[in-house]
Write a protein that binds this ligand. Structure first.
Ligand code: FES
Length: 193
C-alpha cells in the first residue's frame, strides 16, 4: 500500500546519517535526536513563511485581476462600446438630445410585445423603466411632475427610482439599463427588482 508523506514529516524523520547503502543496513548506529536537526541547519527553509507568502500572493493576484477588469470596463464605457452578455439586447430608442427635459416616450423592448418608458428627468437625465404596472399590467404614463401614474387603479411610481409611491402596486417598476453609442441611446437590459 502506498502511504502519502508530508514533505515536512518525511524530512523531519530522515536524519542525514540515515542515507545508507543496502549493504550497510543494520550496521549503522541509530541516529540521535541531535542529528535529526543537522540537515535543517545546513538547508534552512522557512516552511511556515512559505504558506503566508502563498496566501499573500494569491490575494495580490485577485486584487490586481479585479482592478484590471474594473479599468477595462471603464475604458470600454468611454469608447462607447455597448454591453454584451446574457439578457443583453441593444435596441435603439432615441437620439441624444432628442428629448427635452420632462419629455417622455414609449418604446418597444425587448420586442414588439413589451414596452418601456424613457423619460428625460430634470436633474437626473435619462431614465427608463418597463411601462407595465406591477399591479395588473396596465401601461404607466409620465405626469411631468417626477411621477409615473397607472390609469387603471391610480398606482403612482417615483420617476427617479421606479419605486411605488401610492396605490395598489407593491413592487417597483423594472429598470431598463441604457447605453449610448455614436449619439444613439440604446435600451440594453431589463433589471427585475
Ligand atoms: S394595474 Fe396599475 S394600479 Fe392596478
Amino acid at each position: 500500500m502506498v502511504q502519502e508523506v508530508n514533505p515536512k514529516d518525511e524530512h523531519a524523520t530522515l536524519p542525514a546519517g540515515a542515507a545508507k547503502t543496502s549493504d550497510s543496513v543494520g550496521m549503522t548506529e541509530p541516529a540521535t535526536a541531535g542529528s535529526n536537526e543537522d540537515w535543517r541547519k545546513e538547508f534552512p527553509y522557512p516552511w511556515d513563511e512559505d504558506d503566508v507568502v502563498t496566501r499573500r500572493d494569491t490575494l495580490r493576484f485577485l486584487l490586481a485581476g479585479s482592478g484590471a477588469m474594473f479599468v477595462a470596463t471603464g475604458i470600454l464605457a468611454i469608447l462607447g462600446h455597448l454591453p454584451s452578455g446574457p439578457n443583453v439586447q441593444a435596441v435603439a430608442i432615441a437620439r441624444e438630445g432628442e428629448l427635452a427635459e420632462n419629455a417622455w416616450r414609449v418604446f418597444n423592448f425587448p420586442d414588439q410585445y413589451a414596452q418601456g418608458i424613457l423619460i428625460n428627468l430634470p436633474g437626473k437625465g435619462l431614465v427608463a423603466y418597463s411601462d407595465v404596472c406591477t399591479h395588473l399590467s396596465c401601461a404607466v404614463e409620465y405626469r411631468g411632475d417626477g411621477k409615473m401614474r397607472c390609469p387603471c387603479h391610480e398606482g403612482l411610481f417615483d420617476a427617479a427610482t421606479g419605486s411605488v409611491l401610492a396605490g395598489p402596486p407593491t413592487r417597483p417598476l423594472p429598470l431598463i439599463q441604457l447605453a449610448i453609442k455614436d449619439h444613439v441611446i440604446y435600451a440594453v437590459r431589463e433589471v427585475a427588482r
